[in-house]
Structure formats: structure tokens, C-alpha cells
Ligand binder design. Structure first.
Ligand code: SAM
Length: 264
């Protein structure tokens, strides 16, 4: 049965940053453990090392209340701009930035990323967290459905735009997904990078008892959307989840990573 599209107002009312972090990012029993984390963290480590993606400024679009997606990037970008639609997510991110005692504990994820870098002492993990804090220069509001998602702010084009688990939330169909990718062109320098990581063929996910809709998108539709939006795809990685991995909190069938470039 098709899940009705979650309206922006429902999203604003229902999304709870702390519940999301607890359900998805908690150590050991978070839904990301051994699943999304095992997919995303090594890919992000690779792309910002041997993958050669680097520059001055990276923009993270739809950051949410999470930091995991920035831990490898902070080794190669001096300026990181994070951004999210919801004030409560930006506030939660700021709590981590300001070392608020009420902030989420990311130690286990920081340790995993440090291990990928061949460093895993407590001191290494503390240094990594401090490095990321020092690189985050702005926390902005964004709305994917606006022609300029940062309106009225104009963000100068960046070397790299990253977005994780975001666009399937606001986009209600493939055309709107493609339009967002087209609008991203203005946010990226010529020759710059667009990195998208997200869920494949998913129609819903739960946070506790609340259900949110997600745009169902498959491999073909994704690649078509990037091409139609004017990008050159450099790399596409798809990971299928086994059928028996179907869980009650999502019907997601896999994950994708697309690395594309804006033409020079
Ligand atoms: C599933 S969360 C993902 C958060 C984080 N990037 C992660 O990887 O865990 C989806 C995010 O999309 C954001 N979002 C929802 N509607 C949006 C919109 N219109 N524009 C930009 N972001 C939006 C939400 O605020 C939320 O942070």
C-alpha cells in the first residue's frame, strides 16, 4: 500500500532530533549499527582520502542532528557549512558543537572513523572531535524545495556538496528530486563535487511510533536524475539489503552512493 507523502508541516511537528538519534545512532542497538554505518563510514573515508575529493569548503545539506557524515571530510576541508530545514535539528547540532552536557554521545562513531584512519586511541578520538568542531563555520537553515535553498542567504559556490539520507524526505516525486539536483548546480563550483548517500527503494521509515514517508527511487531513476540535472557521474555504489533484513522500522531495500561532478 502506498504511504501518503508526509507534508512539511507534519514533518516539522513530528520529527524529534533526540528520538532520531536514540533510534538510529545509539551505540550497538541503534538502527544504523552494522547497517547504514557499515555502508556510509567506509565510503566517506575512501572518498575523502584515495577518492581525491578535497578543497576549501564543503556544504552538508540536510545535516539533521548528526555529525557522522562529517568526520572524514574534516580532514580535507577547512570550512564546513552544515544546514538543515528544522530548527530543532540545528539546535541539536549546536549542542554538540558547544559541548553541551545534554549533547548526544558520538564516541562510538568517532572511534569507528578513527579506526578507518588507523588511529583509535582516546586521544585520537578527542582530537578528531575538536578538529571537526573547528572546521564547522556556519549552521544554516535550508529548504530543498526552494529555488535557492538558503534564501535569503546566498551561499558562494563550494568545492563539494554532501547530502545524506535527506532528499527522499522533501521530494515527493522523481521530478522534484531532479529539480533539487538542478538547483544544487548553483551551490557548487564548476568541476566541484556532489556526493549523495541514501536509501534505495524505501517508502517509509519510523522514528519510534511515528512514521515518515520517503521517496521510492531505484538505481535507474537515480542515474537518470543526475544526468538530466546536468552532472557527470564519477562513481555509483549500490548495496542491496537481504530480504530477511526487512525490519518493521523501514522497508528500505538497500543503500546508494553517487559521486557526481558539475561540468567545468
Ligand atoms: C532522515 S533525516 C537525515 C539526517 C542526517 N543527514 C543523517 O544522515 O542522519 C532527514 C533530514 O532531512 C531534513 N529535511 C526535511 N525536509 C527538508 C527540506 N525541505 N529541505 C532540507 N532538508 C529537509 C530533515 O530536517 C532531516 O534532518
Amino acid at each position: 500500500m502506498a504511504i501518503p507523502y508526509t507534508s512539511q508541516q507534519t514533518y516539522i511537528d513530528d520529527f524529534d532530533a533526540k528520538e532520531y538519534l536514540q533510534a538510529y545512532c545509539a551505540d550497538k542497538d541503534g538502527h544504523f549499527s552494522g547497517d547504514w554505518s557499515d555502508f556510509a563510514l567506509p565510503i566517506l573515508h575512501e572518498i575523502f582520502t584515495t577518492g581525491g575529493v578535497k578543497g576549501d569548503t564543503m556544504l552538508d545539506f540536510g545535516t539533521g542532528p548528526t555529525i557522522y557524515q562529517l568526520l572524514s571530510a574534516c580532514e580535507v576541508f577547512d570550512n564546513i557549512i552544515v544546514s538543515d530545514f528544522l530548527e530543532k535539528n540545528r539546535a541539536e547540532f549546536q549542542r554538540w558543537l558547544k559541548k553541551d552536557p545534554d549533547a548526544f554521545d558520538w564516541t562510538h562513531i568517532i572511534k569507528s572513523v578513527c579506526e578507518l584512519e588507523g588511529k583509535s586511541s582516546r586521544e585520537d578520538c578527542e582530537k578528531k572531535a575538536e578538529k571537526l568542531r573547528s572546521k564547522v563555520k556556519e549552521v544554516l537553515k535550508c529548504d530543498a524545495l526552494k529555488r535557492n535553498p538558503y534564501d535569503p542567504v546566498v551561499v558562494p559556490p563550494v568545492d563539494c556538496l554532501l547530502s545524506c539520507l535527506c532528499l527522499e524526505v522533501p521530494c515527493k516525486d522523481i521530478q522534484s528530486f531532479c529539480d533539487v539536483l538542478k538547483n544544487f548546480q548553483d551551490l557548487i563550483k564548476p568541476g566541484g563535487h556532489l556526493l549523495l548517500l541514501s536509501a534505495l527503494r524505501e517508502t517509509f521509515y519510523h522514528i519510534g511510533t511515528k512514521q515518515f514517508s520517503s521517496l521510492y527511487i531505484n538505481e535507474e531513476e537515480l542515474e537518470m536524475a543526475f544526468k538530466e540535472a546536468g552532472y557527470q557521474i564519477k562513481k555509483a555504489v549500490y548495496k542491496q539489503r537481504p530480504d530477511n533484513a526487512a525490519m518493521d522500522f523501514t522497508d528500505c531495500q538497500g543503500f546508494y552512493f553517487i559521486h557526481a561532478c558539475k561540468p567545468k
